[in-house]
Ligand binder design. Structure first.
Ligand SMILES: *Cc1c(COP(=O)(O)O)cnc(C)c1O
Length: 361
């Protein structure tokens, strides 16, 4: 078996041990004579998986009891619409911090449904940084403030979250959930598509404070109402059973690594290795994000010209370093180094980068 270092932004690399367990259990799940792929979402086997996934998340992130945990389909993108539908009351608006393409999409959905105000935007700077708290123009009447904790495409990340007082704070953590310790109680809702840092595509994790859920609008289609999913414990309709199962295996792996604290330490080490290589390259590699906004999950950089970037990507493949092409809106190189990317993957990449530079000077 040969496994590449997979730097794809999502779906992305998963811990090998989790994939191996999924493989072992694929045909006969723990003596049931059937696969989880074939198992009812109302079965006792799935109930155990579902309950374990919730309690692992609760333990790993320290989620307080008054927060519901939901597993829904539709991706993080459906949440852009559901959040506005559920939480912006008639004739009111919500605030959005626009720090990248996903943040902008969230705002656009809010404006289809109700009204979203731009509390701050760094679009004129090609989303190269996160705004300071002092730059946020917050409406005290806003239904909530929405932000994107890590900007997957532009390689920036919030390192200090704004204090919003009594305004609920909602965060799209699709690309950095469980990568670092956070205080869940500082947020009223956190959501994340699983396919970046948590598991396979198909399930979105929602962590929702009961207080906020209680205020949700009620005249909504059943499937689009958070109340439905809280009341039915994510089992109103068939949830993405297999994606939840693999997510549970990934959470088991995080726990075995020593939990989020240990994972964060390793993520810091990886980011330090990569950014030092960029910073010590005398401008051969040019980071696109300002230093204080750099993401520890997705690092973006450019080379002297597009031809050299093409060559970099082609040569990287010879070293089994895959998925490094930047998003078309930024160009260049993007290194997605989520939890499951081992330190060795970054070491291999950094060695390659140093050799590539030496060969081009
Ligand atoms: C990938 C991504 C999304 C979109 O997720 P889908 O599950 O494809 O809808 C939203 N927000 C962020 C921050 C992302 O990285």
């Amino acid at each position: 078996m040969s496994r590449s270092f997979n730097f794809n932004p999502g779906p992305s690399t998963l811990p090998l041990s989790a994939l191996q367990i999924a493989q072992q259990e694929l045909l006969d799940y723990r003596g049931t004579g059937m696969s989880i792929l074939e198992t009812s979402h109302r079965s006792k086997e799935f109930k155990t998986i579902h309950d374990d996934t919730k309690s692992l998340l609760r333990e790993l992130l320290g989620i307080p009891e008054d927060y519901a945990i939901l597993f829904l389909g539709g991706g993080a993108s459906l949440q852009f619409a559901m959040i506005a539908m559920n939480f912006i009351p008639k004739k009111k608006s919500a605030d959005y911090v626009v720090t990248g393409a996903w943040a902008k999409k969230a705002l656009q959905e809010a404006n289809i449904i109700a009204k979203g105000n731009v509390a701050a935007s760094t679009e004129s700077e090609n989303f190269g940084r996160i705004p300071e708290s002092s730059e946020l123009n917050l409406d005290p009447q806003a239904a909530y403030l929405h932000l994107t904790s890590n900007n997957t495409i532009f390689g920036t990340q919030w390192h200090h979250f704004p204090k919003t007082g009594s305004t609920p704070l909602i965060a799209d953590m699709s690309s950095d959930i469980l990568s670092r310790e956070i205080n869940v109680a500082d947020f009223d809702m956190i959501y994340a598509g699983a396919q970046k840092n948590l598991g396979p595509a198909g399930v979105t994790i929602i962590i929702l404070k009961q207080n906020l859920a209680d205020k949700a609008n009620s005249d909504l289609p059943t499937m689009l109402s958070f109340k439905t999913h809280i009341e039915k414990d994510s089992l109103f309709n068939t949830p993405p059973v297999y994606a939840i199962y693999v997510t549970k295996l990934v959470l088991d792996w995080i726990l075995q690594q020593g939990g989020v604290k240990a994972i964060e330490k390793q993520n810091n080490e990886k980011a330090e290795l990569l950014y030092s290589c960029i910073d010590q390259s005398d401008g051969f590699y040019r980071g696109t994000a300002s230093k204080d906004s750099r993401s520890k999950m997705n690092a973006t950089f450019r080379l002297a010209n597009e031809d050299m970037e093409k060559e970099f990507l082609a040569k990287a493949l010879d070293h089994e370093l895959k998925g490094l092409k930047g998003h078309r809106s930024v160009g260049g190189i993007r290194v997605s180094m989520y939890n499951a990317m081992p330190v060795q993957g970054i070491e291999t990449l950094v060695n390659f980068m140093k050799t590539f530079q030496t060969n081009h000077q």
